[in-house]
Design a protein around this ligand. Structure first.
Ligand code: PFF
Length: 455
């Protein structure tokens, strides 16, 4: 593995938890989870998500960490070193970061724009209809163009990766992440004072079981993988660096709790506000950017608080984007024998190329849509990675563990460092519930999207 991978080096359980949480908590929690929760029925989505997180997400995380720790290899060699015929799962998984990181940087650019506006005391400028004009590239001036901010964010990521300062960034992010949690709690409590918030809270917190469909489950499953950094090989690589005496079960439980906690909190801040101030509930990827300014505008010292908040979001996004980019640079340096500079240049070109499509897909390229009329480039890339590739990788991983190598391969590894309390649940999940459930959900979700069967 590359030197930068070695920098992950966990000293113990806390080291592993912090590193994994750094990768897991990002835009997925703050930006993606709230808009899905809003779109898929609020409480119904939350309930589905939490049940899946503690059963399925937890089981898959345990499996991935153990594949990595037991083989001591990254996702490319890990599957192949157990059974050559299954090597392809590692490669399929590695495609995921390549699809995600370009559009991740587009959203990172939007966050950076908001940070700058609030920092120069220009919070009023981002209220109301600003965001739609901004992402559709309809505003005059280079600093009101989303491409500018996308490129600024890409530059930040590349500087960190090439400058070899990941360690420094990760160290500060360990302080900034708890700060982000505290700010989220504080701003959420303030948002409860907004007029009409009761109705929003009810929407977010009270599940209506009849709202849960195969589409809701597919969306929740995709979000789970994305948010917990599963089904993309990354957790396997993290597992390879976990010390043998660290308790896998407890670590996986802690990471999934931190990650789910962050998502639920971000949703609690964003979704009820949307209902309270009457923003369309199906605003999709734009939701956070139209909802939060409403809260900050109503707050005393809103400009300052917003600037600090968006700075923390930039850090969360940056640590995640760096680990996504590192995963790709690793493939090219180790598997294609390229130098780090050449590999980084290629990955940057990929990010800029695909990211530009995502960025302009809300403006000059908005006439190009995919499976549905609203599905722009960004939604399409997001859909392919989260709702198709990741479920497929997860199904294959479950079949591989459940029927090719046997669940004992994993449970022995967990038990080598402590008792495995949820062993029975794990075995049933990985062998039966996950692969069958996922295959059903994937098939029905796909048939719905392709118009073969309307749900
Ligand atoms: N889990 C991250 C998020 O929720 O934002 C996304 C991600 C980051 C996935 C880094 C994978 C990864 F390596």
């Amino acid at each position: 593995m590359s030197d930068s991978d070695k920098s992950i080096g966990f000293t113990g359980r806390l080291g592993f938890i912090l590193a994994m949480a750094g990768s897991a908590v990002g835009l997925g929690n703050l930006w993606r989870f709230p808009y899905l929760a809003a779109e898929y029925g609020g409480g119904a989505f939350i309930l589905t998500y939490v049940i899946l997180a503690i059963t399925f997400g937890f089981s898959l995380m345990v499996a991935e960490v153990c594949i990595g720790r037991r083989t001591g290899k990254s996702c490319f060699e890990a599957f192949g070193s157990i059974d050559k015929r299954w090597r392809f799962i590692g490669w399929l998984a590695a495609l995921v970061p390549a699809i995600i990181v370009p559009y991740y940087c587009v959203i990172g650019g939007w966050v950076t724009k908001y940070f700058v506006e609030y920092t120069i005391g220009n919070g009023d400028a981002v209220n109301g209809t600003f965001f739609i004009g901004f992402i559709s590239s309809n505003l005059p001036g280079v600093f009101d163009n989303p491409m500018t901010w996308f490129l600024v964010f890409v530059a930040l990521v590349v500087i960190v990766v090439l400058g070899g300062i990941q360690k420094g960034i990760e160290r500060v992010s360990k302080i900034l992440m708890p700060a982000l949690f505290i700010m989220l709690i504080g701003i959420t409590i303030f948002s409860f004072t907004l007029d009409g918030i009761g109705e929003g809270l009810e929407y977010y917190l009270i599940p209506h079981i009849e709202d849960i469909s195969a589409k809701t489950i597919l969306a929740a499953v995709g979000q789970l993988f994305y948010s917990m950094s599963l089904a993309m090989g990354i957790t396997i690589t993290y597992g390879a660096y976990m010390k043998k005496d660290v308790n896998v079960e407890k670590s996986a439980r802690n990471v999934s709790m931190i990650d789910t906690g962050a998502a639920l909190l971000a949703g609690l801040l964003i979704v009820p506000t949307v209902v309270a101030v009457g923003i369309p509930i199906k605003s999709g990827p734009t939701l956070m950017f139209v909802s939060l300014p409403e809260v900050f505008a109503a707050m005393p010292a809103g400009n300052f608080i917003a600037a600090v908040f968006f700075l923390l979001v930039i850090f969360a996004a940056l640590t995640s984007a760096i680990s996504l980019m590192e995963a790709l640079v690793y493939v090219l340096t180790e598997k294609a024998n390229m130098s780090r500079y050449v590999a980084s240049a290629i990955v940057t070109a990929l990010i800029v190329g695909l990211g530009t499509l995502s960025c302009l897909g809300f403006g000059p390229l908005d006439h190009i849509t995919f499976l549905t009329e609203e599905q722009t480039f960004l939604d399409f890339f997001d859909f392919i990675s989260n709702n198709i590739l990741m479920p497929i990788v997860a199904i294959l991983t479950c079949i591989f563990i459940g029927f090719v190598v046997g669940t004992k391969f994993i449970t022995d590894e967990v038990e080598s460092s402590g008792q495995f309390k949820a062993k029975k649940m794990f075995e049933i999940m990985i062998k039966w519930v996950c692969p069958i459930g996922l295959a059903l959900v994937l098939a029905t979700g796909l048939m719905d999207i392709l118009g073969i069967m309307k749900l």
